[in-house]
Design a protein around this ligand. Structure first.
Ligand code: ATP
Length: 216
């Protein structure tokens, strides 16, 4: 059993996350891929008016559904049940304990991959899971990724895979939140996620659709 674990803040989940997940599923030959929204991300401060972790899990579920792979792709709220910061080492440990024979792969974009040695207990993460990374912008340097992969292999004995995504969706959730507040950006979202954002009035939007440009 080969299991991919794709963690993130997913505030909100966007098509960049989904394109990378779809490709990694195939490229790594995963049996299952699970998105794991962080309750309290250790690496970033959430904006004060951010949706709740439960809202981010609900949006991630809708985004995952849009991949139309219900037997392979799921969302875990495992990090919401833990107190304190959502450390990946704890998450990987929990997945390992659930099925010690599963081959775990952690999926992450370049920004995360390049700082992995600074995470909480990188030796635990790399002992229990392989690390699969992919460029999230055209400007990301493949040589830099390969260098980091070598470093992680030599320092922690990490197993790594650097994937070249056929389609890079150059967007971040931060950019998307700014776009949504201007009534833009819905093209970067699964339609059901955009619907959820509207219905729940997230990111400054409101169910009356007054923010949509064609209604102004
Ligand atoms: P923010 O702008 O709020 O920091 P983000 O867009 O970086 O958010 P996260 O939820 O923090 O999104 O990212 C989760 C994971 O998805 C990370 O490993 C990140 O590198 C990766 N990722 C984010 N955006 C993309 C993208 N456009 N293409 C591929 N991977 C991405």
């Amino acid at each position: 059993m080969k299991l991919g674990i794709y963690g993130g803040t997913f505030n909100p989940p966007h098509l960049g996350h989904l394109a990378a997940a779809r490709f990694a599923l195939e490229a790594l030959g995963l049996d299952q891929l699970v998105f794991v929204p962080a309750a309290t991300p250790p690496h970033k401060n959430l904006p004060t008016d951010s949706p709740s972790p439960q809202d981010r899990v609900a949006m991630m579920e809708l985004a995952a559904d849009s991949l139309l792979l219900p037997k392979q792709v799921s969302v875990s709220d495992i990090e919401l049940a833990r107190a304190g910061k959502s450390y990946t080492a704890d998450t990987v440990t929990q997945f390992h304990q659930k099925d010690p024979r599963a081959e775990l792969w952690l999926l992450m974009g370049t920004d995360m991959f390049l700082t992995l040695q600074n995470w909480w207990e990188p030796e635990v993460i790399t002992r229990l899971a392989g690390i699969c990374t992919f460029a999230r912008a055209q400007s990301d340097s493949v040589e830099q990724l390969e260098r980091q992969a070598n470093y992680l292999e030599q320092t922690f004995g990490a197993r790594t895979r650097v994937l070249q995504l056929p389609e890079i969706v150059e967007v971040s959730s931060t950019q998307l939140r700014a776009m949504l507040a201007r009534g833009e950006g819905q093209d970067y979202l699964a339609p059901a996620v955009y619907g959820y954002i509207l219905r729940h009035g997230l990111y400054g939007l409101h169910p009356d659709l007054k923010h949509l440009p064609d209604r102004e």
